[in-house]
Design a protein around this ligand. Structure first.
Ligand code: TXA
Ligand code: MG
Length: 325
Protein backbone atom coordinates (compact mmCIF):
# COMPACT_ATOMS: atom_id res chain seq x y z
CA UNK A 1 0.00 0.00 0.00
CA UNK A 2 1.20 3.46 -0.84
CA UNK A 3 1.86 6.24 1.65
CA UNK A 4 0.80 9.67 0.38
CA UNK A 5 3.09 12.56 1.39
CA UNK A 6 1.82 16.12 1.07
CA UNK A 7 4.70 18.13 -0.38
CA UNK A 8 3.47 21.40 1.13
CA UNK A 9 2.87 20.40 4.72
CA UNK A 10 5.37 17.49 4.85
CA UNK A 11 8.03 18.68 2.41
CA UNK A 12 10.98 17.13 4.19
CA UNK A 13 9.34 13.78 4.84
CA UNK A 14 8.20 13.72 1.21
CA UNK A 15 11.68 14.49 -0.10
CA UNK A 16 13.22 11.92 2.21
CA UNK A 17 10.79 9.13 1.33
CA UNK A 18 11.15 9.84 -2.40
CA UNK A 19 14.95 9.92 -2.32
CA UNK A 20 15.06 6.64 -0.37
CA UNK A 21 12.69 4.90 -2.78
CA UNK A 22 14.63 6.18 -5.80
CA UNK A 23 17.86 4.92 -4.23
CA UNK A 24 16.20 1.49 -3.82
CA UNK A 25 15.57 1.68 -7.62
CA UNK A 26 11.84 1.88 -6.96
CA UNK A 27 9.37 4.07 -8.91
CA UNK A 28 7.78 6.97 -7.02
CA UNK A 29 4.68 8.93 -8.08
CA UNK A 30 5.46 12.64 -8.29
CA UNK A 31 3.43 15.73 -9.16
CA UNK A 32 4.56 17.80 -12.14
CA UNK A 33 2.83 20.83 -13.63
CA UNK A 34 1.40 18.66 -16.44
CA UNK A 35 0.28 15.32 -14.96
CA UNK A 36 1.55 13.05 -12.16
CA UNK A 37 4.57 11.00 -13.24
CA UNK A 38 5.80 7.55 -12.25
CA UNK A 39 9.46 8.42 -11.75
CA UNK A 40 12.53 6.23 -11.40
CA UNK A 41 16.30 6.38 -11.88
CA UNK A 42 16.83 6.70 -15.65
CA UNK A 43 20.28 5.13 -15.39
CA UNK A 44 19.04 1.91 -13.75
CA UNK A 45 17.65 -0.87 -15.96
CA UNK A 46 16.01 -2.44 -12.92
CA UNK A 47 14.22 0.80 -11.98
CA UNK A 48 13.07 1.41 -15.56
CA UNK A 49 11.78 -2.15 -15.98
CA UNK A 50 9.80 -1.62 -12.84
CA UNK A 51 8.06 1.44 -14.38
CA UNK A 52 7.09 -0.56 -17.48
CA UNK A 53 5.88 -3.43 -15.34
CA UNK A 54 3.74 -1.31 -12.99
CA UNK A 55 2.17 0.57 -15.91
CA UNK A 56 1.78 -2.52 -18.09
CA UNK A 57 3.39 -0.44 -20.82
CA UNK A 58 4.80 -1.89 -24.06
CA UNK A 59 8.59 -1.73 -23.86
CA UNK A 60 9.20 -0.29 -27.29
CA UNK A 61 7.97 3.10 -26.13
CA UNK A 62 10.69 5.50 -25.03
CA UNK A 63 10.24 7.39 -21.76
CA UNK A 64 10.77 11.09 -21.15
CA UNK A 65 13.81 11.74 -18.95
CA UNK A 66 13.36 14.56 -16.46
CA UNK A 67 16.31 16.73 -15.45
CA UNK A 68 16.70 19.66 -13.06
CA UNK A 69 17.95 22.28 -15.53
CA UNK A 70 19.55 22.87 -18.93
CA UNK A 71 23.05 22.22 -17.57
CA UNK A 72 21.99 18.76 -16.44
CA UNK A 73 20.17 18.18 -19.76
CA UNK A 74 23.39 18.95 -21.63
CA UNK A 75 25.17 16.14 -19.80
CA UNK A 76 22.88 13.69 -21.60
CA UNK A 77 21.75 15.33 -24.85
CA UNK A 78 23.30 17.36 -27.68
CA UNK A 79 21.55 20.72 -27.95
CA UNK A 80 21.48 22.53 -31.29
CA UNK A 81 20.96 26.32 -31.08
CA UNK A 82 17.18 26.11 -31.64
CA UNK A 83 16.68 23.43 -28.96
CA UNK A 84 18.78 25.52 -26.57
CA UNK A 85 16.69 28.60 -27.33
CA UNK A 86 13.49 26.65 -26.64
CA UNK A 87 14.92 25.25 -23.41
CA UNK A 88 15.92 28.72 -22.24
CA UNK A 89 12.49 30.13 -23.10
CA UNK A 90 10.28 27.40 -21.65
CA UNK A 91 12.14 25.39 -18.96
CA UNK A 92 11.03 24.64 -16.36
CA UNK A 93 7.71 23.99 -18.06
CA UNK A 94 5.46 21.73 -20.11
CA UNK A 95 7.96 21.17 -22.95
CA UNK A 96 9.93 18.02 -23.86
CA UNK A 97 12.81 18.31 -26.34
CA UNK A 98 13.97 15.28 -28.30
CA UNK A 99 17.71 15.64 -28.95
CA UNK A 100 20.56 13.30 -29.94
CA UNK A 101 21.82 11.25 -27.02
CA UNK A 102 25.40 12.04 -25.99
CA UNK A 103 27.80 9.14 -26.44
CA UNK A 104 28.82 9.51 -22.80
CA UNK A 105 25.22 9.55 -21.55
CA UNK A 106 24.52 7.35 -18.53
CA UNK A 107 20.80 7.08 -19.39
CA UNK A 108 20.00 3.41 -19.86
CA UNK A 109 18.84 2.25 -23.34
CA UNK A 110 15.68 0.82 -21.76
CA UNK A 111 14.56 4.41 -21.07
CA UNK A 112 15.16 5.52 -24.67
CA UNK A 113 13.93 2.23 -26.19
CA UNK A 114 17.39 1.92 -27.74
CA UNK A 115 17.00 5.06 -29.87
CA UNK A 116 19.90 7.40 -30.60
CA UNK A 117 17.82 10.30 -29.26
CA UNK A 118 16.40 11.18 -25.85
CA UNK A 119 13.32 13.16 -24.77
CA UNK A 120 14.34 15.61 -22.02
CA UNK A 121 12.19 17.85 -19.87
CA UNK A 122 12.68 20.12 -16.83
CA UNK A 123 9.56 19.98 -14.65
CA UNK A 124 8.64 22.92 -12.41
CA UNK A 125 8.44 22.95 -8.63
CA UNK A 126 9.05 20.06 -6.26
CA UNK A 127 9.88 17.56 -9.04
CA UNK A 128 12.76 19.76 -10.19
CA UNK A 129 14.07 20.01 -6.62
CA UNK A 130 13.80 16.26 -6.17
CA UNK A 131 15.86 15.65 -9.32
CA UNK A 132 18.54 18.09 -8.31
CA UNK A 133 18.79 16.40 -4.88
CA UNK A 134 18.86 12.94 -6.49
CA UNK A 135 21.52 14.09 -8.96
CA UNK A 136 20.44 11.75 -11.76
CA UNK A 137 17.72 12.03 -14.42
CA UNK A 138 14.33 10.50 -13.68
CA UNK A 139 12.48 8.57 -16.36
CA UNK A 140 8.80 9.34 -15.83
CA UNK A 141 5.75 8.51 -17.89
CA UNK A 142 2.33 9.44 -16.56
CA UNK A 143 1.49 7.54 -13.36
CA UNK A 144 -1.39 5.47 -14.73
CA UNK A 145 -1.96 2.00 -16.13
CA UNK A 146 -1.09 2.10 -19.82
CA UNK A 147 -4.07 3.20 -21.93
CA UNK A 148 -5.95 4.80 -19.03
CA UNK A 149 -6.62 8.47 -18.35
CA UNK A 150 -3.54 10.31 -17.02
CA UNK A 151 -3.64 11.29 -13.33
CA UNK A 152 -3.95 14.94 -12.35
CA UNK A 153 -4.16 14.38 -8.58
CA UNK A 154 -2.55 12.09 -5.99
CA UNK A 155 -5.90 10.37 -5.44
CA UNK A 156 -6.09 9.51 -9.15
CA UNK A 157 -2.70 7.81 -8.79
CA UNK A 158 -3.74 5.99 -5.65
CA UNK A 159 -6.98 4.72 -7.24
CA UNK A 160 -5.08 3.28 -10.18
CA UNK A 161 -1.63 2.23 -8.91
CA UNK A 162 -1.91 2.53 -5.10
CA UNK A 163 -1.51 -1.23 -4.58
CA UNK A 164 1.71 -1.30 -6.59
CA UNK A 165 3.54 1.70 -5.12
CA UNK A 166 5.05 2.60 -1.77
CA UNK A 167 5.42 6.37 -2.22
CA UNK A 168 3.02 8.89 -3.77
CA UNK A 169 3.86 12.60 -3.44
CA UNK A 170 0.82 14.86 -3.28
CA UNK A 171 1.19 18.32 -4.82
CA UNK A 172 -2.53 18.97 -5.29
CA UNK A 173 -4.25 19.17 -8.67
CA UNK A 174 -1.83 19.74 -11.56
CA UNK A 175 -1.89 23.24 -13.08
CA UNK A 176 -1.57 22.43 -16.79
CA UNK A 177 -3.51 19.17 -16.85
CA UNK A 178 -2.28 17.67 -20.13
CA UNK A 179 1.15 16.16 -20.85
CA UNK A 180 4.07 18.19 -22.15
CA UNK A 181 4.38 19.28 -25.77
CA UNK A 182 7.10 17.22 -27.48
CA UNK A 183 9.33 18.90 -30.07
CA UNK A 184 12.28 17.78 -32.14
CA UNK A 185 14.48 20.29 -33.93
CA UNK A 186 16.63 19.21 -36.89
CA UNK A 187 18.01 20.68 -40.12
CA UNK A 188 14.51 20.63 -41.67
CA UNK A 189 12.85 22.58 -38.85
CA UNK A 190 11.05 22.18 -35.53
CA UNK A 191 8.72 19.18 -35.57
CA UNK A 192 5.71 18.70 -33.28
CA UNK A 193 5.80 15.08 -32.04
CA UNK A 194 2.96 15.52 -29.54
CA UNK A 195 0.74 18.54 -28.88
CA UNK A 196 0.62 19.30 -25.16
CA UNK A 197 0.60 21.88 -22.42
CA UNK A 198 2.69 24.45 -24.30
CA UNK A 199 0.81 25.89 -27.28
CA UNK A 200 2.25 25.91 -30.80
CA UNK A 201 1.52 29.66 -30.95
CA UNK A 202 3.83 30.27 -27.96
CA UNK A 203 6.56 28.13 -29.53
CA UNK A 204 6.28 29.89 -32.89
CA UNK A 205 6.71 33.27 -31.21
CA UNK A 206 10.06 32.11 -29.85
CA UNK A 207 11.42 30.38 -32.96
CA UNK A 208 10.08 33.10 -35.26
CA UNK A 209 8.76 30.54 -37.75
CA UNK A 210 6.39 27.64 -38.15
CA UNK A 211 6.29 24.41 -36.20
CA UNK A 212 5.99 21.42 -38.56
CA UNK A 213 3.24 18.88 -37.92
CA UNK A 214 4.72 15.95 -39.80
CA UNK A 215 5.27 13.37 -37.11
CA UNK A 216 5.84 10.48 -39.51
CA UNK A 217 8.93 11.99 -41.07
CA UNK A 218 10.70 12.51 -37.77
CA UNK A 219 11.35 8.88 -37.03
CA UNK A 220 10.04 5.54 -36.09
CA UNK A 221 8.25 6.53 -32.91
CA UNK A 222 4.81 5.10 -32.75
CA UNK A 223 4.26 6.23 -29.20
CA UNK A 224 1.40 5.52 -26.80
CA UNK A 225 0.23 8.95 -27.75
CA UNK A 226 -0.18 7.46 -31.20
CA UNK A 227 -1.82 4.21 -30.27
CA UNK A 228 -5.48 4.22 -31.16
CA UNK A 229 -7.00 3.71 -27.76
CA UNK A 230 -5.34 5.91 -25.17
CA UNK A 231 -6.85 7.98 -22.36
CA UNK A 232 -9.82 5.64 -22.50
CA UNK A 233 -12.67 5.91 -20.00
CA UNK A 234 -15.02 2.91 -19.63
CA UNK A 235 -17.85 4.81 -21.29
CA UNK A 236 -18.00 5.32 -25.03
CA UNK A 237 -16.88 8.81 -26.07
CA UNK A 238 -18.71 10.82 -28.74
CA UNK A 239 -17.02 13.98 -30.04
CA UNK A 240 -18.29 17.25 -31.51
CA UNK A 241 -21.71 16.55 -30.07
CA UNK A 242 -24.39 19.20 -30.55
CA UNK A 243 -27.11 17.10 -28.94
CA UNK A 244 -27.41 14.65 -26.09
CA UNK A 245 -28.91 11.20 -26.63
CA UNK A 246 -30.83 9.20 -24.04
CA UNK A 247 -28.56 7.98 -21.21
CA UNK A 248 -25.55 10.10 -22.13
CA UNK A 249 -23.44 12.34 -19.91
CA UNK A 250 -22.48 15.72 -21.40
CA UNK A 251 -19.12 17.48 -21.30
CA UNK A 252 -19.59 20.99 -22.63
CA UNK A 253 -17.11 23.78 -23.35
CA UNK A 254 -17.83 27.49 -22.99
CA UNK A 255 -21.53 26.98 -22.25
CA UNK A 256 -22.49 26.13 -25.84
CA UNK A 257 -26.11 25.37 -26.50
CA UNK A 258 -26.50 21.62 -26.88
CA UNK A 259 -29.85 20.11 -27.82
CA UNK A 260 -31.41 18.07 -24.99
CA UNK A 261 -28.61 19.05 -22.58
CA UNK A 262 -31.22 18.98 -19.81
CA UNK A 263 -31.79 15.28 -20.49
CA UNK A 264 -28.15 14.36 -19.84
CA UNK A 265 -27.40 11.89 -17.02
CA UNK A 266 -24.88 14.46 -15.76
CA UNK A 267 -23.55 17.74 -17.12
CA UNK A 268 -20.04 19.18 -16.97
CA UNK A 269 -18.36 22.16 -18.59
CA UNK A 270 -14.56 22.14 -19.11
CA UNK A 271 -14.59 25.92 -18.88
CA UNK A 272 -17.90 27.82 -18.72
CA UNK A 273 -16.08 31.00 -19.77
CA UNK A 274 -14.47 29.27 -22.77
CA UNK A 275 -10.88 29.46 -21.47
CA UNK A 276 -8.73 26.75 -23.08
CA UNK A 277 -6.13 26.70 -20.29
CA UNK A 278 -8.83 26.10 -17.73
CA UNK A 279 -10.33 23.43 -20.00
CA UNK A 280 -6.97 21.63 -20.28
CA UNK A 281 -6.52 21.73 -16.51
CA UNK A 282 -10.00 20.21 -16.04
CA UNK A 283 -9.91 17.74 -18.93
CA UNK A 284 -8.81 14.47 -17.34
CA UNK A 285 -10.61 14.97 -14.02
CA UNK A 286 -13.81 15.77 -15.93
CA UNK A 287 -13.47 12.66 -18.11
CA UNK A 288 -13.05 10.60 -14.93
CA UNK A 289 -16.05 12.26 -13.27
CA UNK A 290 -18.23 11.75 -16.34
CA UNK A 291 -17.15 8.11 -16.46
CA UNK A 292 -18.02 7.65 -12.79
CA UNK A 293 -21.65 8.60 -13.49
CA UNK A 294 -21.98 5.19 -15.12
CA UNK A 295 -23.35 6.71 -18.33
CA UNK A 296 -22.86 4.35 -21.28
CA UNK A 297 -21.64 7.23 -23.43
CA UNK A 298 -20.11 10.67 -22.92
CA UNK A 299 -21.13 13.34 -25.43
CA UNK A 300 -18.47 16.03 -25.77
CA UNK A 301 -19.23 19.42 -27.31
CA UNK A 302 -16.74 20.88 -29.82
CA UNK A 303 -13.56 22.47 -28.45
CA UNK A 304 -11.71 25.00 -30.69
CA UNK A 305 -8.35 23.90 -32.18
CA UNK A 306 -6.42 27.04 -31.17
CA UNK A 307 -3.86 27.26 -28.34
CA UNK A 308 -4.20 24.40 -25.87
CA UNK A 309 -7.27 23.29 -27.84
CA UNK A 310 -4.91 21.31 -30.07
CA UNK A 311 -3.72 19.16 -27.13
CA UNK A 312 -7.27 18.87 -25.74
CA UNK A 313 -8.64 17.66 -29.10
CA UNK A 314 -5.71 15.26 -29.48
CA UNK A 315 -6.48 13.62 -26.12
CA UNK A 316 -10.22 13.59 -26.83
CA UNK A 317 -9.69 11.86 -30.17
CA UNK A 318 -7.65 9.17 -28.47
CA UNK A 319 -10.30 8.77 -25.77
CA UNK A 320 -12.89 8.30 -28.54
CA UNK A 321 -10.80 5.91 -30.66
CA UNK A 322 -11.90 2.30 -31.06
CA UNK A 323 -10.68 0.17 -28.18
CA UNK A 324 -8.32 -2.76 -28.49
CA UNK A 325 -8.84 -5.66 -26.14
O1 TXA B 1 4.02 15.84 -19.26
C1 TXA B 1 4.68 14.84 -19.54
O2 TXA B 1 5.41 14.77 -20.52
C2 TXA B 1 4.56 13.62 -18.59
C3 TXA B 1 5.02 14.07 -17.21
C4 TXA B 1 5.01 12.94 -16.21
O3 TXA B 1 6.30 14.64 -17.31
N1 TXA B 1 5.36 12.55 -19.07
C5 TXA B 1 5.05 11.83 -20.15
O4 TXA B 1 5.99 10.87 -20.42
O5 TXA B 1 4.05 11.98 -20.83
P1 TXA B 1 5.87 9.68 -21.36
O6 TXA B 1 7.04 8.81 -21.02
O7 TXA B 1 4.53 9.05 -21.30
O8 TXA B 1 6.07 10.27 -22.78
C6 TXA B 1 6.69 9.44 -23.68
C7 TXA B 1 6.53 9.97 -25.05
C8 TXA B 1 6.68 8.84 -26.03
O9 TXA B 1 5.44 8.23 -26.23
C9 TXA B 1 7.18 9.56 -27.23
O10 TXA B 1 6.09 10.16 -27.88
C10 TXA B 1 8.02 10.66 -26.67
O11 TXA B 1 7.64 10.81 -25.34
N2 TXA B 1 9.44 10.36 -26.71
C11 TXA B 1 10.26 10.06 -25.68
N3 TXA B 1 11.50 9.86 -26.10
C12 TXA B 1 11.48 10.06 -27.43
C13 TXA B 1 12.46 10.00 -28.45
N4 TXA B 1 13.72 9.69 -28.19
N5 TXA B 1 12.08 10.25 -29.71
C14 TXA B 1 10.80 10.58 -29.99
N6 TXA B 1 9.83 10.64 -29.07
C15 TXA B 1 10.17 10.38 -27.81
MG1 MG C 1 0.79 8.60 -20.50
Amino acid sequence: MATIYDIETKAEAAMDAALKALAREEPVAIPTETVYGLAADATSPYAISSIYEKKGRPRFNPLICHVSDLAMAEQYGEFDPVSRKLALAFWPGPLTLVVPLKASSAIHPLATAGLSTVGLRVPAGFAGKLISRFGKPLAAPSANTSGRISPTSAIDVEDDLGQKLRVILDGGPTKVGVESTILKSDETGVHLLRPGGLSVEDIERVIGGHVLRDVSQTGAIEAPGMLASHYAPDAKVRLNANRVSLGEALINFGGQSVVDADKAVARFDLSPSGNLREAAANLFSTLRAADRTGAFSIAIAPVPMTGLGEAINDRLMRAAAPRGK
